[in-house]
Structure formats: structure tokens, C-alpha cells
Write a protein that binds this ligand. Structure first.
Ligand code: HGY
Ligand code: MN
Ligand code: MN
Length: 374
């Protein structure tokens, strides 16, 4: 970031910020997230961060100044793997994760989010994201098969998928795996296994309107010779249709209750959380499509089935996304890859979009920053 002419700092939520001042009030933000999932690939998130820095470098080395301040940002905890809460750093930044809950979010080692943030010793100056923002643009891998199948290198995003998430816990009775007859068991893992299939059935029956996943399933106490007394499952549904999400959630609640009743298990469903389908700013979509045409690409628009920080910022300031293909549609896996020509094409379109937005005076928006230290 420094070589690209940016002043570097980290904010209190761990977001890495590279700033380039200018005379106008509202800033142009570009970036993505630096964290990933276990055994993830090297494009999800990181590509958008590096592309934003590359745009700053090209402007810096070309001696090209912008009317708007430019900020390259790397959000810290978008995947939500550490504390089980996605887009955590951007939601903390915007006050959507209340500070009084920081000590309730606990990582696998038992350390709270609060302790984690206090312990950060990056040795970099404190920085803040500016409140007045002209636009936020995120370049990201599509993470699906469409662009590759269409043989296109770049697309504008029209909306980001809605989601509903919860944790379902079945409770039975831990007992000896050898001495307990089959008809005297309250095996919580059987309830969990049946529920995994119920989630899959709800989503499969939607004929593409929605998807459903149980990504984590823990059996307790988790020993070869103990009948699980408890199982906890992560459940998530996603859809471009908010109505379907509500019905999927209701059907999952019903299935959990039925399975527990039939198997004489206890069941708890933690309050569902999630977000509505989030449209991208139409003005930004037009700017991205114009930049694509200028760079010689067909105007292609896709919806995102992945969540992004752009989906959070879009609630407050004009936000847009640029997609590049994922080879084989694979992501959240070590094989994740985007062909280099598409990386270049996406970064070029990002730069063209930044220049286009810089030349015009849009309304922009104000981020409700939740910084403590001013
Ligand atoms: O889960 C997602 O869609 C994103 O990768 N965090
Ligand atoms: Mn991801
Ligand atoms: Mn991502």
C-alpha cells in the first residue's frame, strides 16, 4: 500500500486502510476482505484487495490525481469463521454488531472478540474509514460457474443473495455404546442426521429458488464409544427471493420439531439471523457496465449467491461489485482459481470505474461509523 502512495493504518476493528487524500469531501472506496475459510483459496477476498492497491499504484506511478480521496480497504473478518459471525468487521464498523456483544462472541479457543481486538499488535498507526463516501466498489471472484460457462471475463453484479442462518441443537442422552440396547437409546446424532437430510430436501425442492447447507455438525461428547447426548448443527439458507427464505426457515423449524418428537429428543433452534436480498446501486452498475464496454467487454450482469462486505455497505452508501470467473466454478477450496487475463480485465474495469466515478459528482452517502476512539 505504501509503495502505491497510500497512507497505511488499521482501525479498531482490524480493517486495514490505505488512504490517498484529495480535495473533495466524499471518498471513493475499493477493496474486499483478507480473511478466508479453512482450506480456502487465494482469490476469494484477496483478489479485490490487491486489485484496489494495484489501481492506487497505477494512479500513483502515472502521477494521476483524483478529485475524490481514494481508500483501499481490506476488511478483516468477512467469512465469519473465527467467531461464527460473517461480515463481522464491516458490521462492527457500521454499528450493526453492537459493542456490548463483543464479549459474547467467542472463538474456538474461548477468546472473545473483545479480547481479540484489544490484543491486536500490528504496529501500524490507527486509521479510520471516512464517513462521507461517494461509492464503494468490490472486485471479487464469482465463486460460481456462470462466467466461465458464458466465456466472459467480467460482469457487473445486480444484487447480493439474502440469507437465513441458525444453529440447531438436538439433545438426547449420552450413554455407553456397548451396554445400551438399541431400544433404550436417545441418540442425538440420529436426530441431527435426519435434520441434515431435511434441510437438503427443503432446498432441493425449491428447484433453484434457494440453496441450503449444514456446514458444521458436532456430536458431543464426541467419543467412539459414547452415544452422542447432544448434536449441534449450523444451518443456512440462501435465496434471491426473500419470501422463499422465510418459508424455508419455517419449514426447517417444523422439521426440527417433528424429528425431535419422533425420536424423543430435545431440540433448540437459536434465533435465526440473516439479511435480505441486497440490490447494488443502479448508478454504480451503469458505471461498471460503461467501464466494461470501454474496456471492450460485453455488458454482462450476474446476481451474487455469495455474501460480501459490499452487501453491508450498500445499506448506507452506493456500492457495486465486479465479478471475474472462477475456474470450474470452484471456491472456498484450495483449487480456487481465476485465469490471469480475467484478473487483468477485472482490475482494468475497476480502475476505469473509479476514474468514471471520480469525474462525476454523485450523491454518495454517509457511513454510520461506530468507532470509539475518535
Ligand atoms: O459465505 C459467503 O458467501 C462469503 O464467502 N462469506
Ligand atoms: Mn468467501
Ligand atoms: Mn469473499
Amino acid at each position: 500500500m505504501r509503495e502505491a502512495g497510500l497512507r497505511v493504518g488499521v482501525d479498531e476493528f482490524g480493517n486495514l486502510i490505505g488512504s490517498r487524500p484529495s480535495e473533495l469531501g466524499s471518498a471513493l472506496l475499493a477493496g474486499s476482505h483478507l480473511d478466508t475459510v479453512p482450506q480456502g483459496g487465494m482469490f476469494d477476498g484477496a483478489l479485490g484487495v490487491v486489485a484496489a492497491i494495484e489501481c492506487a499504484r497505477v494512479l500513483h506511478e502515472g502521477g494521476r490525481s483524483l478529485r475524490h480521496p481514494f481508500v483501499a480497504i481490506a476488511f478483516a473478518e468477512e467469512e465469519g469463521y473465527t467467531f461464527g459471525s460473517g461480515t463481522l468487521s464491516s458490521r462492527s464498523l457500521l454499528g450493526e454488531m453492537p459493542r456490548d456483544q463483543f464479549s459474547e462472541l467467542v472463538d474456538r479457543s474461548g477468546r472473545t472478540y473483545d479480547e481479540y481486538l484489544r490484543a491486536r499488535a500490528h504496529g501500524l498507526p490507527q486509521a479510520h474509514v471516512p464517513a462521507q463516501v461517494r461509492a464503494y466498489i468490490e472486485l471479487h471472484a464469482e465463486q460460481g460457474p456462470h462466467l466461465e460457462r458464458m466465456a466472459k471475463q467480467v460482469a457487473s453484479v445486480d444484487q447480493i443473495v439474502g440469507s437465513q442462518r441458525t444453529v440447531v441443537t438436538f439433545e438426547g442422552r449420552a450413554a455407553h455404546a456397548g451396554t445400551t440396547p438399541m431400544d433404550r437409546r436417545a441418540d442425538a446424532l440420529l436426530g441431527g442426521a435426519e435434520f441434515v437430510l431435511a434441510v437438503n430436501e427443503i432446498a432441493t425442492a425449491s428447484n433453484g429458488r434457494g440453496v441450503g447447507t449444514v456446514g458444521e455438525l458436532h456430536a458431543y461428547p464426541g467419543a467412539r464409544n459414547v452415544i452422542p447426548g447432544k448434536t449441534a448443527l449450523s444451518v443456512e439458507f440462501r435465496s434471491q427471493d426473500d419470501t422463499w427464505l422465510t418459508s424455508a426457515r419455517e419449514r426447517a423449524d417444523g422439521a426440527a420439531g417433528k424429528i425431535a418428537g419422533r425420536r424423543k429428543l430435545g431440540v433448540r433452534v437459536t434465533p435465526w439471523t440473516g439479511s435480505l436480498v441486497q440490490p447494488m446501486d443502479s448508478g454504480l452498475q451503469q458505471a461498471i457496465l460503461a467501464a466494461m464496454r470501454l474496456a471492450g467487454h460485453d455488458a454482462v450482469t450476474l446476481s451474487s449467491w455469495a455474501g460480501h462486505d459490499a452487501g453491508i455497505l450498500a445499506r448506507y452508501v452506493p456500492s457495486g461489485m465486479i465479478f471475474v470467473p472462477s475456474t470450474g466454478g470452484i471456491s472456498h477450496a484450495p483449487e480456487e482459481h481465476t485465469p490471469w487475463p480475467a484478473v487483468e480485465a477485472g482490475t482494468h474495469v475497476l480502475l476505469e470505474t473509479i476514474l468514471r466515478l471520480d469525474a462525476t459528482d454523485g450523491t454518495g452517502g454517509t457511513l454510520p461509523l461506530a468507532y470509539a476512539a475518535r
